[in-house]
Every structure is written in structure tokens, then in C-alpha cells.
Design a protein around this ligand. Sequence first.
Ligand code: NAP
Length: 205
Amino acid sequence: MKADGIKRLAIMGGTFDPIHYGHLVAAEGAKCEFDLDRVIFIPAARPPHKTKKEMTAPYHRLHMVERAIYSNSHFEISALELEREGLSYTINTVNAVREIHPQASIYFITGADAVLEILTWKNVEELLNVCKFIAATRPGYDLENLEHTLSCLPRQYLKNICTMEVPALAISSTDIRARVADNRPIKYLLPELVERYIFEEGLYK
Ligand code: NAP
């Protein structure tokens, strides 16, 4: 990860199990809407709330993200969370990125469902002080629920969380995993190189 005089960057956080076109459209949309110089995809290694849940091995998720973003010069991948010991707290990730890019405004893009839980995250007030959140919503997403949950946050933090509707997020990783397991097609839901990787490695069977 190089500093390169970047002024505005976003961390794209998620498990990416697997990465699909919904994520890529969300990242590109945020890049344009928020005038970002760079979007850094950081696959979550050990999300604090998923300690018992089965996830595909981190190196597979990392390889799939690498294959998905290679052709976009504004996108980059970081194995920062995968290289760190212990649980993957977002505050630690954001602070590590701030050390590399001390001059940059930092955004954190993730799914609105994840942002809904933000009040339970480690050091949430510090987190909302040092970065802005972009909560990507799927078609039909219940925004009122999110707004209601966030309404208990002090006003100065509320302004640091915005939502972005991404129709392409009708695609979901859960659905893709189920399709592979049922031998249904996943073509055109995710980049061809990622599709090929899934079949070559026998993932989601
Ligand atoms: P997740 O299980 O991967 O996703 C939750 C929901 O959000 C899913 O519907 C997912 O859709 C969608 N989503 C995930 N990443 C997205 C992205 N970048 N853009 C658009 N939609 C996205 O996510 P998670 O494990 O809850 O965590 C999301 C991020 O929050 C991670 O970086 C994680 O480390 C962080 N987090 C931090 C803490 C903490 O610091 N205490 C706690 C929880 C989460 P798909 O299934 O289609 O991807």
C-alpha cells in the first residue's frame, strides 16, 4: 500500500465470500460519488462477530479479490487484516491505513446490514471520528430501520454515516454460494476469473 499523495480514499470492508459485481459496482459508485482517489479492498480475516461461523479460508477470499480488481487502476487490495493476529477490529484497520496515509480523508464502505450493528463495534465513537462510513444498500432495503438504530448516536457522529443505494447489490454472496452448491449458474454475477477460481478450487460445494 503506497501513499502516493492520495487525498481521499476508501477502505472496502467485507468478507467477500465471494466478491461479486455488486461489490465492484458499489466501490466504483463510491469512487465517483465521493471523489475518491483510491479504493482499498481489505478482506476481513477474523470478523469479531463471526468467530464460530464458517468462512472460506482467507487466502481464497484474498485471491478472488485480486482477480476481481486487477483491471481497475483506482482499486487496490491489502492483506492488512489477514496479516494481523487476533480479531479484525475495524478501528485497528482504519488506524493502520491512517498511518500510511496521514493526509488522507478516509471512508469505510460496507454493507448497510453490517453498519446496522455498528453500535456494537469496538471504539465506535473513535472510529466515527477518524473515518466516514458509506453504507451500501440493496434494492428493497429498509432504511428506516438503519436510521432508527443510528438515531441514538450523537449528532456529530451521525453526519459521518451516509447511505448509497446500489441496485447491483441484488447480487449477493450468500446466493452465489447456494447456486454453486446446487449446480446452478453463477455466470455474469461475478468476474469470469473469480468464477473460474471458484470451480478450480472446488469452493462452495
Ligand atoms: P459481511 O458478512 O461480508 O456482509 C454483511 C452484509 O453487507 C451482507 O449483506 C454483504 O453482502 C454486505 N456487504 C459486505 N461488504 C460489503 C461491501 N464492501 N459493499 C457492499 N456490501 C457489502 O460483512 P461483515 O462481516 O458483517 O463485516 C463488514 C465489515 O465490517 C468488515 O470489514 C468487518 O471487519 C467490519 N466489522 C467490524 C466490526 C468491529 O470492528 N467490531 C464488527 C463487525 C464488522 P454480500 O454477502 O453479498 O457480501
